[in-house]
Design a binder for this molecule. Sequence first.
Ligand SMILES: [Zn+2]
Length: 377
Amino acid sequence: MEIERQALPEGAVSGFGVAADPETVEQLQEYRGNDVPWTWPLLMRDRGGIDDTVVKVRSAGVAGSITIDPHEWNTIATVDRPTALTDSEGAGTLFDPGIQSWGLTRIKDLGIDAILTPSLLADRLDALSAVVEVVQEARWPVVPFIALDITLLDQVDAVRAALRPLRALTPKPGLALAVVGPFDGLAAHGRVAGLRSVLADHPGAWLVYVDPLVATDALSLGAAAAFVGAKSSWRRPPRPSASGGGPHAAGFIPGLFHRELLEMRSPAIYEDWYADLPTPVCPDCNTAVDSYTSDDEDKLAVVEHNLHAIDEFVRELNDREYPERAAWLRRSRADALAAHLSLTSGGEPIDADVILRRLCELDDPQQRRTTTSGAWL
Ligand SMILES: [Zn+2]
């Protein structure tokens, strides 16, 4: 399939972005040293007090672009109330300014670069269509935002039809997409393929709150930017009713991006996997993947490593033209999956990341499946 590079308006984010809460950004900047500017494009949620927040992260050294997510998607959308601009009776707010005017005012007031529309979470097709009807009026730097319940990917043709009005929007991005659901929700049959087909319809889109696997896959398919979460629940965001994000971080150390395996496991897990083997070392941090503790300082070191290592991974990908990008990524993933097979835990094969397995299975010309350890069936 031919993918065209989409022209982006001046200042629009492309490539790797970071989705993080302001506390993480401030702590990380302190850890990095405040003379090291933060140049990664940043996506932050508005959880109240956002005006002060933007000022604070700017003074902490955030020098790149800032996009705000109004974070209204902790509420479920209905046909009558698709966005937070509609009151609970389904009427416009008292001073209903229209979504574009609302967004531009917020951008100016906050001194930010872009804002996502205040869309509610779409977990039904009729509500999704209602959200689209409102957000299609938005144009950069107000970005039409769809928070899609992951189960809707099971009806992907209907989802693609509902999103059709956003396809022709210019300038790009005419869509920022988040997929919301259980930690391994994307692993269910057909959902990764479904997400790919949605992204293929919307070249130049943003994918937000994702992990490096899903981010790089999107960027190889024509997405303009992918915002990777700085913490687990921002990489695979749960539904508002669900508690917590992923499985508990082993040893209370956050997941560390391990480029060779394309995993984000706790360093305590790597310690087990490499018990009898030389442990891989990140050349930039000069730190072995299993040598972090649960100290606050080490937790920040993990996040810092993740951001620079994922950024580097994305750059290597984006330095290539589209057909080559996908081929290079396929090879990287196949190598990473194969690398799992030489590792053991207590004499047993280890479990490979299930999304990595799904991506490799989709890419396999023979359409083979994999075992939990990542061997081909
Ligand atoms: Zn590193």
